[in-house]
Structure formats: structure tokens, C-alpha cells
Design a protein around this ligand. Structure first.
Ligand code: SAH
Length: 409
């Protein structure tokens, strides 16, 4: 299927700047050039300015929040006069990029390691995500366009990786508008009974069907290592701990006591298993660990003990620009509570993974919390997502994970 899409006058600017998204408000007219018998054809599109100038090529799904996702820009003419060849050309671009992204991440594809192999817009592949877990992979296809070529995508991944298994995951608010079903299943191969990965010398057991996101937050890999530098002898609270990644690294860095705090019992059970295993196998000294299933806001309000190091890595508070005000309040509250709880000279690792809250706003929020807490606050590190989650320079929204390491007096 091939669409010709004309933009309203003046709406070509972001496209000329290489941005991969076009929203419905920018679309003037859609023409179907070629339709196919195929029940599920790839919805290729060529985008034109209101003056009939070719701007870009990509794929189209009318009911999506982002109806047009672009893949190629600035062509003087179409790659062919034959619509079918244009469609195949766009699919070929996708396949080439899959190969490039995967081959560039050979480090993540070794032994028992893990990491992101394909990162959506950050790899110029809107809607497609792939994480490595040892010799297996987890695939997330988030758009209708990518879904129509799923078999091709899966065979290309298999040709390149010969993965032991492919597990597919997909959930979220976007499914209905993309006309996609939820997914949480093994689609090929066999999974080891006890799937685990190793990161910075520590082992994490992974239960893919229940795991959040793809099963592990690889975007925090580098930041988890940094925590060790500030942990020695400290009393630590790992709020929003999930499977315990930050707290375990604090233990590896010599923390004397760690509280793992999460609202989810499944997350805490996984954390417990990971911590017990790593303490035993890595001969970490005998330290005190506690697992508390509770809302972090309430914990900080009610628990009267102090902490020397606090990690705040909450889930996404703003899913959309319209939620930024409420989200900002949430980020401010949790940071204010942590600043009140921390001992003098203590350290807070604070994060936001809402792309609608940019670093500028995040810093303003932390500023407001510091002011209300009446504390002296210094920024020691400015953090972002791991380098296997690249940010396309043309897609600022891709810079979703922001972090600050604060010293609070
Ligand atoms: N730091 C983790 C990832 C955290 S994900 C890592 O490095 O892997 C966010 C976690 O916050 C989830 O596990 C979720 O269950 C938990 N969570 C969400 N809302 C919460 C709340 N109000 N209080 C405590 N935990 C919460």
C-alpha cells in the first residue's frame, strides 16, 4: 500500500529539520496511490509539501497518535516510478538499519550480558525495540507499520543473531490507536529455565512474562555503576527499586545498610532473589538489607530514620504533555521528602524518565524542592540514558531519561 500525503502550508518545517514524526494537524490531504490484495500490507507513504515538493518517506497509520513516522528525507525524486518498488525501497531501509544497529552493539551480545540492540527513533527505526538477554532477545513492535513486516523483521534478526529465543512483549496505552494486540509470549526457540543476565559482575534473574518494560532497565546500566562511588559505609534507601539494581550496586560499593522499597510485590521478590544470590556468590560482606513493599511517598513521610544515600528512580509520571503539571508536582514532592530525610552531606540520585519533562524543567523542579526544603544542594553529576539507548539529534524527545546526583547539606 502506498500513500501520497500532502502537508498544510508551513507544516514542512519539522520534516525539513529531520524530525521523524508528523501529527494529524499537519496533514492536508491523503491519497492512496496503490492498494494491494494483501490483508495486512505495509503502509508506506511519501510526504509532499503543500507546493508538491517531495519531502520524505516513511509509513502511515491514520488512527495513531503519530500517524506518520519518517525514515528517509531530502530526496530530489522518488526512488522509482513504480509504487511497489517505492514500498520495497522503504522496507529495505528498515532492514538495513536493523542490521546496522545490531552489528554495532556486538558488546551487548556476548556471554551472559544484556543490553539494547535496537532503540526506536534513536536508531532511526521508529516503533522498533530489541533487547538482548544473554543469547536470547526481547522484541517490542510498537507501531502498526512495523507490525505489518514483523515476519521480515524477525527473520532478519534471526539471520544476524541466531538467538536462542525470541520473546515478544507489548503493552501500553497506544495499542488501541495502533490497532495492535497486547503481547507477552515466547515466539521462537527455548528459554532457559533460570534466565539471568550479568551486569558489572552482578547477576540478575529475569522473569520475562512478569518483567516490566522489556524485563530489565538497561537504560540505567552506567548509572547503576556510579552509585558504588558514593556507597561505602552508607545507609541507603533504594526507592522505586524494581529488581534492586541500584541497591545491589550500593552493596557492592560497601554500603552498610540498604532498604529496597517498591510498591510491587513481584518486583521485590525478584530483588530479594537477586540480592541473596549476589551476596552469597560475590562474598559481599554481611550487611543489613530490608525489603519494604510500600508507596515511596508514604514511606518518606512516615519513616523517621535518616539515610545517607537515596535513589529516586520513579516510573514515568508524565505520559503526555498534558500531564506535565501533575507530574512536576509528583517529582517535586518526592525530591522534597528525600531532601528532608537525607543526612547532612548525603547524596541523592534522582531521575525522571518522562520525555515530556525535559532537563531544564527537571532542574527547575529540583530547584523548587531544594528551596522548600531549605537545603544547600549541589549537582555532582548530570546523567542520561545508557549509550545503547542513543538519541537521534533530530528527535529531542528521545532524551527521555534525565538524572542528577545531588549533594545535600
Ligand atoms: N531503579 C530500577 C527501575 C525502577 S522502575 C532499576 O534500575 O532497574 C520503577 C519502579 O517503581 C517499579 O518497580 C514500580 O513497581 C515502582 N513504583 C511505582 N510507583 C511506586 C510508588 N508510588 N512507590 C514505590 N514504588 C513504586
Amino acid at each position: 500500500m502506498l500513500y501520497k500525503i500532502y502537508l498544510k502550508p508551513g507544516k514542512e518545517k519539522p520534516v525539513l529539520a529531520g524530525h521523524p514524526w508528523i501529527f494529524s494537524g499537519a496533514i492536508l490531504r491523503v491519497e492512496l496511490v496503490e492498494s494491494t490484495e494483501d490483508a495486512n500490507p505495509f503502509p508506506a507513504c511519501v510526504v509532499y509539501s503543500s507546493e508538491n515538493k517531495i519531502l520524505a518517506m516513511g509509513y502511515y497509520h491514520p488512527t495513531s497518535d503519530i500517524p506518520i513516522r519518517l525514515l528517509d528525507y531530502g530526496m530530489k525524486e522518488l526512488p522509482s516510478s513504480n509504487p511497489e518498488e517505492i514500498i520495497q525501497h522503504i522496507i529495505w531501509i528498515i532492514m538495513e538499519r536493523i542490521e546496522k544497529s545490531i552489528l554495532r552493539r556486538s558488546d551487548e551480545w556476548s556471554g551472559h550480558g544484556g543490553g539494547r540492540l535496537i532503540h526506536g527513533e534513536g536508531d532511526f527505526l521508529p516503533g522498533l525495540f530489541l533487547d538482548a538477554f544473554g543469547k536470547g532477545v526481547v522484541l517490542i513492535i510498537q507501531t502498526r507499520g512495523m507490525e505489518t513486516i514483523r515476519q521480515k523483521i524477525i527473520s532478519r534478526i534471526q539471520d544476524l543473531l541466531h538467538a536462542d529465543f525470541i520473546f515478544e512483549k507489548r503493552s501500553g496505552r497506544f495499542l488501541k490507536k495502533e490497532n495492535l494486540p497486547e503481547k507477552n509470549e515466547l515466539i521462537s526457540g527455548v528459554m532457559p529455565e533460570n534466565l539471568f543476565i550479568e551486569e558489572h559482575g552482578l547477576r540478575y534473574f529475569i522473569h520475562l512474562p512478569e518483567g516490566q518494560k522489556t524485563g530489565f532497565y538497561f537504560d540505567q546500566t552506567r548509572n547503576r555503576l556510579l552509585i558504588r562511588k558514593y556507597s561505602s559505609g552508607k545507609r541507603v534507601v533504594d526507592a522505586f527499586s524494581y529488581n534492586g539494581g541500584f541497591g545491589i550496586n550500593a552493596l557492592a560499593g560497601g554500603a552498610k545498610e540498604v532498604i529496597f522499597l517498591d510498591a510491587s510485590s513481584v518486583a521485590l521478590e525478584t530483588a530479594k532473589r537477586n540480592i541473596e544470590y549476589n551476596i552469597r556468590e560475590n562474598h559481599l560482606p554481611d550487611m543489613q538489607v530490608q525489603f519494604i513493599q510500600e508507596d515511596s511517598f508514604r514511606f518518606f513521610r512516615e519513616d523517621k530514620t535518616n539515610a545517607d544515600l537515596i535513589i529516586l528512580d520513579p516510573p514515568k509520571f508524565a505520559h503526555h504533555a498534558s500531564e506535565v503539571t501533575a507530574a512536576s508536582r509528583g517529582y517535586k514532592d518526592i525530591n522534597l521528602l528525600a531532601m528532608k530525610k537525607i543526612t547532612s552531606g548525603g547524596i541523592i540520585f534522582t531521575f525522571s524518565c518522562s520525555s515530556a519533562v525535559d532537563m531544564r524543567l527537571f532542574r527547575q523542579i529540583i530547584f523548587a524542592a531544594a528551596k522548600d526544603a531549605g537545603k544547600q544542594v549541589q549537582i555532582l553529576h548530570i546523567l542520561s540514558q545508557n549509550d545503547d539507548h542513543p538519541i537521534s539529534i533530530y528527535h529531542p524527545e528521545g532524551e527521555y531519561l534525565k538524572g542528577l546526583v545531588l549533594r545535600v547539606d
